[in-house]
Design a protein around this ligand. Sequence first.
Ligand SMILES: [Fe+2]
Length: 461
Amino acid sequence: MDAGTGKAEGRETVRQSEPVNGARADRQGGVVREFLEFIEQAPDQSVRDVTGRILLRCRTLTSAEAGTVFILRLRDGTRWLEAMSVQNDVIETGAANFAIPVDERSIAGYVAATGRTLFIDDAYAIPDSWPFRFNSAFDLKSGFRTRSILCFAMRSYEQRTIGVVQLINRRGGDGRIYPFLAEHEEMIAPVNHLVGRAIERIDSLEQIAEQNRLLRVRNEELRIARERADALRAETERAFMATVELLGRAAERHDYDTGNHTQRVNEYSFRLARLAELPDEFCSEIRYLAALHDVGKMAVDKAILHKPARLTDEEYKEMQRHTVYGFEILSVHERMAMAAEIAHSHHEKWDGSGYPRGLVGEAIPIAARIVAIADVYDALRSDRPYKAGFDHARTVEIMTRGDSRIDPARHFDPRLLRLFAENQHVFDEVWTESLGRRTAMDPKERSDEADVEPAPVRSRG
Ligand SMILES: [Fe+2]
């Protein structure tokens, strides 16, 4: 630069002409006090309010007829000067809603980039050797005529540039425009860091408040999304459970019209699982999956299922295969793992005399051992074409002491059987409740087929 540069109060200045000092700046102390007062008087004001007041004060002190305050912002890794306040005593100005990049091509950008203070006597006569240019677009549009400029950086306490103040056209008492004086900078420089620190603090608070607002909006969006996801999950779960129930009922219809047998088996199994102190998840799962224990019967010929006479050996084997068919149907989906286990093993017996695999003791899945007890209890209590259902006391007697077909010690898990015997009223309650529901819903329903049938007809599963 070929024009004058120098240092005043530790600040480097760039002047278009030699400095001209007016009256001595003996008002500095007063100015500092004034700035401190107005910053402290209104601690809750916004950055725009504070910058507006600062600009007005700077303009009053220097007799500038116009000015702009910019705040430095980082956007996507680029530094920008955002106009916060624009004032002009001569013409109407729009809102301060523009920004200019921090580089050495504009006057304010140069000040922000270098930290230097600029004294420009005539904006239209800036030396070619200077890197920045005056942008005359505003003057051309508005008819305003920019001439002298004083442009300086506002600094944080750590001397970091946080914004730029640009003062335009110092108007003298005679109405003419004069260059800004060295004393103007000397007056403003001491208060600069005070103002800068106040703005920095308010700006930080505003940015935190804005980030908090955005966070609240985001949290609300997340909450709504979560609610939607929960509702969808609940809906999917309801649909899944309805499908399971329909599948159980479809199997029931294919076999015999057995009313609420499968739903009761669900309920007995759930109660017994609870008595056995199995995990909550297990208990709620068996409560709707136990109903699928005979799903495999849908793959067995109805002629066999409904045959009124004794089954041939071949027919009997086919009947027993309902366990394997059920397993094959249900094991295609992991959500049905317990149902597949139950379907496969609910005819296994504790001593290994059951089917299809002849599993022994605890090798039989616990869910299947539970359903075995539930299934037999319900079968004994139910009416059959060939017998009336037993009452609760007789049913418990058969299950705990045995009869011609049932040998409790060989058939059932002894621990589960003991729990059944000790809490037998629970089973009677389920049965009685179900009767109430059936009467209300469908008085014609009848219950029959399960695991226990009198000779000579063989068990049909
Ligand atoms: Fe069965």
